[in-house]
Design a protein around this ligand. Structure first.
Ligand code: M6R
Length: 613
């Protein structure tokens, strides 16, 4: 969802900016643009459409400027168009701005500026920002000797909402100014040049040294220096963070799409998530989490809050936490939780799951729980992401960068991490027998090899995808833990194949949805729990009788069944079976999307990290 790149150095900025935008394409966007300082002017090149189109804009190849800002826009205020694309300039063309986030009071600010004689070219909320900077540059009280910085600060004081902003000005041809609030921004430091981006992969090929900007923190960036200021423009030092990911891990590695690569990375991402957190015969340990028995014993309720796939991981985690720790767990959608005054207090532990760590609703839900006195624990894949900086405790999935919009390896790593967390809490609380935990540990350790087995034979799923890719509707059914996987399988399918699909607890079928079953409708059944398999078979028989085409994912030997396709996966502990049963469903969505000739990694209307409400 909107991407920002910036460069301050000695090299031509344009190729670096465009390359950075290409790396951010996965976030989702509909227009792109750059602004470069050139011969005492700002030159802006922008248009709707793909980043690659920028290369054909007249004059872009002759830009020599070494300072620039760039943006991919995901339309919120105003349709995708050249006028609404970023960068935006003030009326005097002295300040160029790119912005991620939403300015909630932009109408009011626009009115104020129009009364002062400013005019607007776009329908965006962003265009008020360069004009406000211009206004305060000439009319404001300058609280810092750097008049440019003072004006940016005064302008942001007027903004309500979320923002990550980059500003350049030909009056100050040696620097860029950045600031953020509730929207991510990182600065990459290198020798004689510095980089700015919405997230690390965009500039990882240039440096591994990063500063993660805090809320309401300003940075003034020169080619050989970066100065940080707090919200009162008092300068401070900031430690640089070394990021271990390498640029190669952000490439496709010979796979046709990032999604396929990420599906195949799951054995390894699970190994990384397990890391040294447990070994057989030893208790679980988290280097990054110190939770005492005293505190844990006071907890009488756990909330797991997240969005989309991360929420589906939470549904699996709930089953493990309740079974092993005997603490009731409620799973909630972050956008609901944040507005419904949930019953939480200092005896509630709130767990927030977010691959990106930047999802606006999840962060807001976390802040709410903190304000009510609950302890908060973030599970994220991105070190230093906003959510981990807000939470009391943070633990990481270590799945490596996930680029495809459809989440796959992050989901399986989240489920693994939640299971380890449940075992860790159970060991602290002594709530189940050591044997039970030891068995689960051994089953978790076996997961990577079992996923490898599933990935060795994708032919059956490819064949089924060929048969059903023209369908309009599909249904996913499961009972118990399989119902959570049905939800995830259905979401994956919708996201990348644009096929309408529904997921139901199989027992609910007769209470309504069965009315939709007719000849040739596709129904996917997930059956991994031996205690429920007979009941699920009966439900599937009901749809077969009504003409449905069926695919079953199971680890059981199914008696006398008349399913069209059966994908057999290895058996495992029911608490973690979604980690295996989700893999065929990920592959099914992938192959259906490929058969339809769609853009698997960048599905329409979707963004990788949803940084606005
Ligand atoms: O970065 P997050 O885990 O907070 O993202 C949450 C959802 O937006 C995300 O899981 C979304 O549902 C994915 N596109 C699913 O594939």
């Amino acid at each position: 969802m909107c991407g920002i790149v910036g460069y301050v150095g000695n090299k031509k900025a344009t190729p670096i900016l465009i390359n950075g935008l290409v790396c951010l394409e996965y976030r989702g966007y509909d227009s792109a643009g750059i602004a470069v300082l050139e011969n005492n002017k700002v030159v802006v090149k922008k248009d709707k459409g793909r980043v690659n189109n920028l290369n054909s804009l007249e004059g872009i190849d002759t830009l020599e400027g070494t300072i620039g800002i760039a943006h991919t826009r995901w339309a919120t205020h105003g349709k995708p168009s050249k006028e609404n694309s970023h960068p935006h300039m003030d009326n005097s063309e002295n300040f160029a701005v790119v912005h991620n986030g939403i300015i909630e009071n932009y109408n009011e600010l626009r009115q104020f500026l129009m009364e002062k004689g400013y005019t607007f070219l776009s329908q965006t909320d962003t265009e008020v920002i360069p004009n406000l900077i211009h206004y305060y540059f000439h009319n404001g009280v300058h609280i810092h000797e750097d008049k440019f910085l003072s004006a940016v600060k005064a302008a942001t004081d007027d903004l309500k909402g979320s923002y990550a902003i980059e500003v350049i000005s030909p009056m100050f041809p040696d620097k860029a100014i950045v600031v953020r609030k509730d929207s991510p921004l990182v600065i990459g430091k290198a020798e004689g040049e510095n980089f700015i981006a919405s997230d690390i992969p965009a500039i990882l090929s240039y440096t591994k040294n990063f500063y993660l900007l805090d809320d309401k923190e300003f940075a003034v960036i020169y080619k050989d220096a970066i100065h940080f200021f707090d919200d009162s423009l008092i300068e401070h030092n900031k430690p640089v963070k070394n990021i271990e990911w390498d640029a190669a891990s952000v490439g496709k590695d010979g796979f046709e799409d990032f999604m396929l690569k990420e599906i195949f990375e799951q054995p390894n991402s699970i190994r990384e998530t397990i890391g040294s957190r447990f070994r057989l015969g030893e208790p679980c340990s988290f280097d990054d989490l110190e939770i005492s028995k005293e505190y844990l014993s006071t907890i009488n309720k756990i909330y797991i809050v997240a969005c989309g796939t991360a929420m589906h991981a939470g549904l699996v985690g709930k089953i493990a936490l309740e079974k092993l720790c005997k603490i009731p767990v409620t799973v909630d959608i972050a956008s609901e939780f944040r507005y419904r005054d949930p019953l939480i207090d200092n005896k509630t532990l709130c767990i927030y799951i977010s691959q990106s760590g930047e999802t606006a609703d999840t962060i807001a839900a976390l802040k709410l729980a903190k304000s009510k006195g609950a302890k908060t624990l973030a599970i994220s894949n991105v070190i230093g992401s906003s959510i981990t900086r807000e939470a009391d405790y943070s633990i990481y999935t270590h799945a490596g960068p996930e680029i495809a919009v459809a989440s796959t390896k992050a989901y399986t790593s989240q489920v693994v991490l939640l299971s380890i967390l449940a075992m860790h809490f159970a060991e602290i609380l002594n709530s189940v027998t050591p044997e039970e935990i030891e068995k689960l540990k051994s089953d978790i350790l076996d997961l990577p090899t079992k996923i490898e087995t599933i990935l060795e034979n994708t032919a059956e799923i490819e064949e089924f995808a060929k048969k059903v890719y023209t369908q309009k509707d599909m249904f996913f059914l499961g009972r118990g833990v399989d119902q959570t996987v049905a939800l995830e399988g259905s979401l994956k399918l919708k996201e990348i194949s644009y096929i309408h699909s529904e997921a139901y607890a199989a027992g609910e079928l007769k209470h309504g949805p069965i009315a939709l079953i007719e000849n040739d409708v596709t129904v996917i059944g997930i059956m991994t729990d031996s205690s429920l398999v007979e009941k699920s078979i009966s439900n599937l028989q009901e749809v077969i009788t009504r003409g449905a085409k069926t695919l079953v994912v199971t680890n059981q030997v199914l008696p006398n069944a008349h399913f069209d396709f059966v994908v057999t996966i290895p058996e495992t502990n029911p608490l973690i079976s979604p980690i295996l049963s989700v893999v065929p469903l990920q592959l099914l969505s992938y192959y259906i999307s490929k058969n339809k000739g769609l853009d698997v990694d960048k599905p329409r209307n979707l963004a990788k990290s949803v940084t606005v409400e």
